[in-house]
Design a protein. Structure first.
Length: 131
């Protein structure tokens, strides 16, 4: 299956295991395949970059010294998540974008939610890239 896109391979394996649909997974591989035109190498590269950069953006959110720093990091992570089809990550980031400096408790909660979704997505990505 090495010459198939990651999405195609995952869909084939999922079908064998009775799992349906791409959007129900931590990363929507059908979206990713469309985005990369089925290029497995590009899919792997984008997923790897997402895993690396996502933690950088979370760190920037944690260290944000201004509303602009916070918004920029949350917005960047949201965009990266949408690019690879990590919809749950993108959704929590979208909610976090507008949290101002006065909402420190809400920001900490948002970071926790983002990290939880990232853990799920990156674990899934690690499994995909190992196959």
């Amino acid at each position: 299956m090495k010459d198939m896109s990651i999405a195609s391979e995952a869909e084939a394996l999922a079908g064998l295991n009775g799992i349906s649909g791409g959007a129900g997974r931590p990363v929507d591989l059908v979206h990713l395949s469309r985005y990369t035109m089925g290029d497995r190498n590009l899919e792997s590269e984008l997923l790897g970059l997402f895993c690396q950069q996502a933690r950088v953006y979370v760190s920037r959110m944690r260290d944000a010294e201004s509303d602009q720093d916070w918004h920029r990091a949350a917005h960047s992570l949201k965009g990266s998540a949408k690019a690879v089809g990590a919809w749950a990550v993108a959704q929590v980031c979208e909610g976090a974008e507008s949290l101002g400096a006065g909402a420190q408790d809400a920001r900490l909660k948002a970071i926790g939610e983002i990290e939880a979704q990232l853990d799920t997505a990156t674990a899934y990505i690690d499994l995909l890239l190992a196959s």
